[in-house]
Ligand binder design. Structure first.
Ligand SMILES: Nc1ncnc2c1ncn2[C@@H]1O[C@H](COP(=O)(O)OP(=O)(O)OP(=O)(O)O)[C@@H](O)[C@H]1O
Ligand SMILES: [Mg+2]
Length: 159
C-alpha cells in the first residue's frame, strides 16, 4: 500500500461498524520488520500515556502484549513482511464497558481467517490464544487491500 491507497484503506477502515463510538487516537505506519514489534509497543504506550493518562498499568501491559502479538503475526504470516502495516489505536469514552481498541492492518496473505489454535502442547499458536483470553473481544476482517485483526481491552480508569 502506498500513497493514495494507504489513505483509502485508512478511511474505509475507520468507517467500519466496530469503530462506532470509539475515539480514534492515532495510526502508526510500520515497516514489516522484527524491530517494528518493539516500536509498536512503545508507540501505543506513548499514545495512551498522553491521551488516556488514567489507564491502569495492568491494562497497559495487556494492550502492549496483545499489540505485540498482532504485529508479530502481521510480519510473520502476511505479505507485510515485504512491506508495511498499520497500527490503529482508539478508545471509548470512560465509563461502563469502556475499551481500548487496537487494530493491526496488514497487506494480506493466502491464509484463511486467523483462528485460535486449541492444541495446548503446540510449539506455536499462543498469540491469538492470549488475545482471545485477555481481550474483551477480538476479530478479523478483510480490508481491501489486506486484513485487519483487532482486539478491545476492557478499561476501568484508575481512581
Ligand atoms: N495477520 C495474519 N495473517 C494471516 N494469518 C494469520 C495472521 N495472524 C494469524 N494468522 C494465522 O493464525 C494462526 C494462529 O496465530 P497465533 O498467533 O495464535 O499463532 P502463531 O503465530 O502461529 O504462533 P505464536 O504466536 O505462538 O508464535 C497462525 O499460525 C496463522 O496461520
Ligand atoms: Mg503469533
Amino acid at each position: 500500500m502506498r500513497g493514495g491507497t494507504e489513505v483509502e484503506a485508512l478511511v474505509s477502515l475507520l468507517m467500519t461498524p466496530r469503530w462506532r463510538g470509539l475515539h480514534w487516537l492515532g495510526t502508526r505506519l510500520l515497516d514489516g520488520v522484527p524491530s517494528s514489534v518493539c516500536t509498536s509497543r512503545t508507540w501505543v504506550t506513548a499514545q495512551l500515556s498522553t491521551s488516556v493518562p488514567d489507564v491502569p498499568v495492568e491494562t497497559l501491559d495487556i494492550v502492549k502484549l496483545l499489540t505485540s502479538e498482532l504485529v508479530t503475526n502481521a510480519i510473520v504470516h502476511s505479505r507485510s513482511r515485504d512491506g508495511l502495516l498499520f497500527v490503529h489505536l482508539g478508545v471509548s469514552p470512560p465509563g461502563r464497558g469502556a475499551v481500548i481498541h487496537v487494530e493491526v492492518l496488514d497487506v494480506g496473505s493466502d491464509n484463511g481467517p486467523p483462528v485460535v489454535r486449541t492444541d495446548p502442547d503446540g510449539d506455536s499458536g499462543r498469540g491469538l490464544f492470549l488475545v482471545d483470553t485477555l481481550s474483551r473481544r477480538w476479530g478479523t476482517a478483510d480490508a481491501k487491500p489486506g486484513r485487519a485483526v483487532w482486539f478491545q481491552a476492557p478499561y476501568t480508569p484508575s481512581p
